[in-house]
Every structure is written in C-alpha cells, then in structure tokens.
Write a protein that binds this ligand. Sequence first.
Ligand SMILES: Cc1cc2nc3c(=O)[nH]c(=O)nc-3n(C[C@H](O)[C@H](O)[C@H](O)COP(=O)(O)OP(=O)(O)OC[C@H]3O[C@@H](n4cnc5c(N)ncnc54)[C@H](O)[C@@H]3O)c2cc1C
Length: 576
Amino acid sequence: MIDVLIVGGGGAGLRAAIAVAEQDPACKVAVVSKVYPMRSHTVSAEGGAAAVIDIGDTLDEHCYDTISGGDWLCDQDAVEAFVAEAPRELIQLEHWGCPWSREGDGRVAVRPFGGMKRERTWYAADKTGFHLLHTLFQTTLKYQDIIRYDEWYVTKLVVDDGRVHGVVAVEIRTGRIETIPARTVILATGGCGRVFPFTTNAAIKTGDGMALAYREGAPLKDMEFVQYHPTGLPFTGILITEAARAEGGWLINKDGYRYLQDYDLGTPTPTPKLRSMELGPRDRLSQAFVHEQHKGRTADTPYGPVVYLDLRHLGESKIDSRIPFVRELCRSYQNLDPATDLIPVRPVVHYMMGGVHTDIDGATPIAGLYAAGETACVSINGANRLGSNSLPEILVFGRRAALAAAEFARAHRDGEPRAVRTQGEDERRLLEREREGRRTGERVADLRERMQHTLEGAAGIYRTGDVLAKAVDTLADLRARAEEVRFDDTGVAFNTELLNLLELRTMLEVAQTIVACALNRQESRGAHQRTDFTARDDDSFLAHSLVHRAPDGTPSVGLLPVTITRWPPGERVYGR
Ligand SMILES: Cc1cc2nc3c(=O)[nH]c(=O)nc-3n(C[C@H](O)[C@H](O)[C@H](O)COP(=O)(O)OP(=O)(O)OC[C@H]3O[C@@H](n4cnc5c(N)ncnc54)[C@H](O)[C@@H]3O)c2cc1C
C-alpha cells in the first residue's frame, strides 16, 4: 500500500515527494496530479522567493514584516519556523540546480518586495517559478521509486472513522475510475482564484483540495482573506510582477500623477532602494485603486477602469536583464512595449490566504490527512500575504508535512478497512451516473459565470453585510442548480465536461465558505475590508475564522485564537 499519497504536482507536492524519498527510501510515495507536474501554477510565479540572506537582515525582521503585513492574524510560531527554514530551502534548491540570479561579485542577488523592509527576495530573472518547479521536477526524477499518476483527477478522499485511507481518482485519458488506498494523504492542490471572474490564476486553480477536505469534515480557515494583486493586465488578468515596481516602476493615474502619495501606505522605509511608495503592501495598493476610481482618476477601457504602470524610465537594458518576461508578456498579450509605452493595469484576484486548517506540521484534524502550499492555511499569511513569501512557504511546509506524514505512515502499518472498497464503489457509481448524460438543465459555464460575478460583487476589494447576505442565498441556489446541469459528453476519454462539472461543484462550496466567513467577520483587517465595519476590532476578531460543513451542507463559521509569541498586535507601519 502507498504510505504517502500526495495530491498535487506543484511546488508543495514535489517538495514533499522529495522529502519523503530522501529521508526514507522504504516509504512508498505517489504523486497524483490533474495536469502534468510542470504545468502546475507554480511554474508561472515570476517575482521571487523571500528568505534572509544579507548580513544586514535578521530572521526577526522577516518575522515582523510577515506578521505586521498579515495584520496580526498570522500564527507567530508558524511564522518563526517558516522564516528560520526558508534560507535553507533556497540554498537547497541552488544545490539541486536552481539558477538564482547573481550580483556582479557572484553573491545571490536579492530585490526589494512589497511590505518587506529589507531586500530579501531571491529571484531567477522574472521566471522564478519556472526555474523553481523545473529544479524540483528534475530532482524527483532521481528518485525512480516515486509513483506518478499524471493527469489523474482526484474526486474524493476516503475517510473512515476520523482517518484518511486513500483517494478516488479518474484517469483523464481513459476515464478509468480507481480507488488508490494510502496510509496518509497530503493535499497540495493549490489555490482557488478561479471562483472569481478576473484572476491571475491558471484555469486549474479551482480549490479542489479545500473542498475534498471540507466535505469530509476538516475545517477551512480564514477563507475571507482573498488577495488582490494591484497590477494585472486588463482582459487577460495576466500578472505584471511586483518585481517591475521593485526595479523602480511607477503607478500613475490617467493624469500621469503618482497617486499613491495621496494614500496611507506607511512612512518611508530605511534603505534608499525601498523608499518607493509603489512597494506598499498589496491590499493597500489595491484599495487605493478603488479610491482613484471613485475620484474619476482611472482611465476607462473596454475591460474596465485602469491605471498605468510606467517602466519607461528604467530603460531597455534594465528591463531586458531584470524583468525580460514582463516585456515578453506585454508584447504578446497587450501589443505594447514597456520600454516606450505605459502598461494599463488593474487589481486582479491573485492568492488565497485561507485554506485547509493545519498545524505547523501540515496535519489536519483528520488523522493521516495533511495539507501544504496554497491549499493549506498554517497560517503564516494572516490577513494579507507579503509577495514572495509563498514560494518559500510551499517548500518549507511541503517538506514539514511530508516528514510528519511519513512518520504517521510508519506508526500505522494496519491493513485497509472495508470502507475503502465501499466508498470507492459508491463514488464510481456516482461518476458513472453523471457520464450517462442529461438532456435538460443549465450549462456548467453559465452557472460558473454567475458564481464568479456573485463573488466579485460581494467578496471583492470592499465588502458590505447586505450584499454578502444576498450572495449567501445566490450561492445556495446555484449549488442546487449545479446538481441538475445539462450534460452532453457521455464518452470516457478526456471527458473534460465531467471535470468542469466537478470543478464547478468544488468552487461553489469554496465560494460559500468565502462569503460565510466574510459575512461573519464584522471588522476590517488586511485584505478583508468591510464598508459597514471599517475599523480593525482586536477585541472581537483577533482570531482565525474556522468554517465547518454543517450536516445540511451549509458552512458554519466559528473563531479560533491566533498564536502570538513575541509580537503583540500593533499598527501596520512600514517605516520602523
Ligand atoms: C501568476 C502568479 C505569479 C506568482 N508569483 C509569485 C512569486 O513571485 N513569489 C511567490 O512567493 N509567490 C508567487 N505566486 C504564488 C505562488 O506561485 C503559489 O501560491 C504557489 O506556487 C502554489 O504552489 P502549490 O504547490 O501550493 O500549488 P500549485 O502549483 O497550484 O499546484 C497544484 C497542484 O495540484 C494539482 N491538483 C489540483 N487539484 C487536483 C485534483 N482534484 N486532482 C489531482 N491533482 C490536483 C494540480 O494538478 C497541480 O499539480 C504567484 C502566483 C501566480 C498565480
């Protein structure tokens, strides 16, 4: 039987697989991924990965930036472990072949990043995710014993008596439905940006792991915290990395004015290179955009209002050496050249701070079930993630979850319970029934669009109680309708209609938790801004939201205390 079954072949999943294979060659590891691993979203990360390296920097400062950036909702024990282990992970990647960019004297180069008071973001030009994932993938190939299920879609976790026993999955190419028994399962399925209409996230980021865990009784945490990135290309949502501003880019409104000077983003920071208002934290920058829009200072385009990112003063050679991918993306997708033209940008959904509730070793409340990466909430990101903390997070917690899972598997060598067969057969029957087709009902795509616009309207950059309450009803209605959709493809090979349907149901459940948590949190903190409760309220809400699935299938929200170790809650100031 498989000891550690990892769902997800992105950065978190592959790092976990290597950790198990390296530590215990006798431990049987498998990676299941709905896309070929190199196509996971990690590949598209651009700007870099944060870890203390410079002599002037300290672990405590990285902790402080992360915690204050997260508006004191991070668990500080998790942040301390993360910050301490991140440098080792990035050096390890170097040893496995990751081509980190260098300074002229050979030292690893670092760049400033939003909300970080020191320069500690390592990068490989502006294709960091590509090089990072490639490095991990080629390293997994050294371990021939890692079993791979490429292009298999996991539809269900087998859970019996509070313990996980494997998964049910469909092989996309053949339609074969199989139960894969396992002693432990690590969910490394990434985020859920696709519940919104306008996102930087790949089409595969549909929150599957979150829904798989939630349906079996594991709670999700801090789901109301959705990060908007301030600079996406209108229409496509393609990300223009924060590195463009780190290298000196400006944000200007339709009058050519650097509008961020009018907003409270914190006071200037110590190093001259960081003294750029454009490097404020993402939540504050996205909120400033909305105010500019209300003041009539954004420009209208067929794809909504925009401001401009100005890189012209950086010059061609800096753009080509430091952020070549930005130029490539602008030329290919926006038909402009940032060396001579302004880039139109607008805030775009980018990252989920929330996810499956885990402890510091990735363990969920279901025995043997772990989660790591964007699908998990440990939590080191609190109410607002700092850019470049996510790549080291998937490495640090991918490894930690893997070691904890392997230990669990070694301690539980018992055989397979009957539930594995019965639950597997039930799931097969359900999936086969879907594939019989349905001539009536609505289209998956129509319901998906309704869901996405409901989320944008209710749980966007600014939220309000009335609209959130209406969204609760709309989503409940959409969920019922998603059980009866029209279904045409009765084939087994590459039945993408079936995948789209399963992903829609997944996203609807995740969307319900986002809205329920946002409605419950009657305060404004980080990325969660309520126009009817504009202040942060530490007395009532210095706590994580924890959402369970009630027996009737609706989300039920409670609160969980935040772990504070050394940094008592304070104001978010960026000039200390
Ligand atoms: C455009 C972009 C740029 C970014 N840039 C940066 C950056 O510069 N720095 C930074 O720190 N962070 C960045 N981020 C965030 C960061 O890249 C992600 O949070 C991180 O890579 C997520 O990694 P992961 O391993 O958790 O998930 P992913 O890389 O998303 O992988 C998820 C895996 O799960 C699999 N999967 C999902 N559902 C199923 C299922 N049902 N069955 C089987 N398999 C399944 C998928 O096939 C995939 O292999 C960026 C994000 C985006 C979108």
